[in-house]
Write a protein that binds this ligand. Structure first.
Ligand SMILES: NC(=O)c1ccc[n+]([C@@H]2O[C@H](COP(=O)([O-])OP(=O)(O)OC[C@H]3O[C@@H](n4cnc5c(N)ncnc54)[C@H](OP(=O)(O)O)[C@@H]3O)[C@@H](O)[C@H]2O)c1
Length: 332
């Protein structure tokens, strides 16, 4: 197997001094791949030189991923301290005392005694039963509330105090929500995980994060071509088919996927692409260490932004919400 020397991968410094890799691997099987398949890819990715992994309780595979972490440690392929492991508290565990239980469960399943980064997955306690109708609304779903979020965040802060997590982060937030929450934080988020790809660049949120010393982590960095049906809508753009991206990929003799990776890392946010295929995940890592995009190419891509969100989160809508744009404070 080809290996990329981890020292060649760009590194990013967090506001609390931690240093993490500038690219990682996602672990959500998009309802297409089994926990075993994803875990096997994580094992391969560690051998290939990946040092950052984006996990979550909601992905239903932390136990399997924990097994391969254990194998990698016991075989001496990597040491725990060399990995940056992230996980997230799911929406049904925001209640009093629940965040500690959720974190302890993720730690047990992943076979770890600390997490590097623990995030609040969504800023609502809303969730959907598996298999529920796409347009169905959960009658218990509620809109964002500062009080509810801060109750969850206070528990996140305690996890740092307890030494169970090295830093805490947020996900799926907007500037509107951050403006309300950041002044209330005793321990501020080091990262914000949101959708970012060449067709949905979120320039205002990116600049906001920079100004507040929060590192953006980009989910769906390739435009999630295989996302679950619940996140698709007629008329959605196909990131890989963005003409400017295709043109630049042609000039670099590579798949548009690799240009998405170069663009992300050169822009300065951290992409966490998912793939279970060895050639793809090794390619995604290797490409950020060589054959860089020129300033002109970066500018062409910047101007190609379509401002079209792919992961809309419709299943988290509450009764009375107009449409999915309410989840994002109609900022798009
Ligand atoms: N915080 C959140 O709410 C949230 C939401 C969504 C995702 N995430 C995280 O972000 C990660 C990535 O997001 P994602 O899976 O939605 O989207 P993505 O990484 O943009 O897209 C993944 C898909 O891209 C294709 N791909 C990957 N590398 C490729 C390559 N080198 N060449 C060609 N095609 C390639 C693969 O398709 P094939 O399988 O067909 O090859 C793969 O299934 C997830 O695994 C998860 O960890 C977080």
């Amino acid at each position: 197997m080809e290996r990329v020397e981890p020292a060649l991968v760009p590194q990013r410094k967090l506001s609390n001094g931690m240093v993490i890799p500038g690219i990682g691997m996602g672990t959500f099987g998009n309802d297409r791949f089994s926990p075993e398949q994803t875990a096997e890819a994580v094992y391969g990715a560690i051998k290939a030189g990946y040092r950052l992994f984006d996990c979550a309780a909601a992905y239903g595979n932390e136990k399997d991923i924990g097994k391969v972490f254990g194998q990698a440690f016991s075989k001496g392929i990597v040491q725990r301290e060399e990995l940056t492991i992230m996980s997230k508290v799911w929406n049904d565990m925001h209640g009093k005392g629940d965040v500690l239980v959720a974190c302890a469960t993720s730690l047990r399943e992943l076979g770890l005694d600390y997490l590097d980064i623990y995030m609040v997955h969504w800023p609502f306690p809303n969730y959907h039963a598996p298999g529920a109708h796409l347009d169905g609304r959960n009658p218990d779903a509620v809109p964002f509330s500062v009080e509810e979020y801060m109750r969850t965040w206070r528990q996140m802060e305690r996890l740092v105090d307890m030494g169970l997590v090295r830093s805490i982060g947020m996900s799926n937030m907007t500037i509107t929500k951050l403006e309300q929450i950041l002044p209330l934080c005793r321990i501020r988020p080091t990262v914000l995980e949101v959708e970012m790809n060449p067709t949905f660049q979120q320039p205002k949120l990116f600049e906001y994060c920079k100004a507040h010393d929060i590192l953006p982590i980009a989910f769906s960095p390739m435009g999630s071509p295989c996302r679950p049906e619940r996140d698709t809508e007629e008329g959605d753009v196909v990131t890989f088919e963005l003409p400017e991206l295709m043109e630049i990929a042609k000039a670099h003799h590579c798949h548009p996927a690799l240009i998405c990776m170069k663009w992300a890392v050169q822009r300065g946010h951290v992409p966490i692409p998912f793939s279970i295929y060895e050639n793809e995940y090794i390619g995604n890592l290797k490409t950020v260490t060589e054959d860089f995009l020129t300033d002109e190419e970066m500018e062409v891509l910047r101007r190609a932004d379509k401002n079209t969100r792919l992961i809309k989160g419709k299943v988290f809508l509450w009764e009375g919400a107009k449409d999915w744009r309410d989840i994002w404070d109609r900022e798009d």
